[in-house]
Design a protein around this ligand. Structure first.
Ligand code: AMP
Length: 176
């Protein structure tokens, strides 16, 4: 990825201190999504990192992950699969529980959304502690599919999230 794109993306992420709770600096990607050069550049850079023809399904994590994952899937010529919060998917699901900073969360995927052996790219907006991405990888593995990588717009590397994703290709367009 060019330094110019990284610089543009960095300028289009807005820090919101103490949101959603005191002590957290929320990384607001709304300005990045609203800038067509930044948004398209980010999508293209994710596809270029992996290479067309290498991915069968792109999974997006509810909710901001959907926004990035869908155009990435389109560009790959791959299918899009939603990982959703509990109770949103109407048919039989696999579920993975994981720890958040405070409390617990669960992600679900339709059991028939991924096929055994599918090469799957996991896409989200932010990699923080890595719990969400690790749960997503667990769901892919429950379906006997293969995690081809994890791509995020930005990584909070001081939180060490990639340590929970050992052995996976973890790719962030910008990091802090
Ligand atoms: P984690 O499981 O800790 O890696 O958290 C990743 C998920 O939480 C992603 O789906 C993000 O959307 C969200 N997230 C965590 N920390 C932040 C942050 N500082 N700013 C924006 N989103 C965040």
């Amino acid at each position: 990825m060019s330094l110019d794109l990284a610089d543009l993306l960095r300028r289009r992420v807005r820090d919101v201190p103490d949101y959603p709770k005191p002590g957290v600096v929320f990384k607001d990607i709304s300005p990045l999504l609203a800038d067509h050069v930044a948004f398209a550049g980010a999508v293209d850079a994710i596809v270029a990192h992996h290479g067309r023809g290498t991915i069968d399904k792109v999974v997006g994590i509810e909710a901001r992950g959907f926004i990035v994952a869908a155009p990435v899937a389109y560009h790959f010529g791959a299918g899009f699969v939603a990982l959703r919060k509990p109770g949103k998917l109407p048919r039989a699901t696999y579920a993975a529980d994981y720890a958040l900073e405070y409390g617990e969360a669960t992600l679900e995927v339709h059991k028939d959304a991924l096929s055994a052996g599918d090469r799957v790219l996991i896409v989200d907006d932010v990699l923080a502690t890595g719990g969400t991405a690790a749960a997503a990888a667990g769901l892919v593995q429950q379906a006997d599919a293969v995690v081809a990588g994890v791509s995020v717009l930005l990584e909070l590397s001081f939180l060490g999230g990639r340590d929970r994703l050992t052995g996976l290709d973890v790719h962030a367009l910008i990091d802090y």
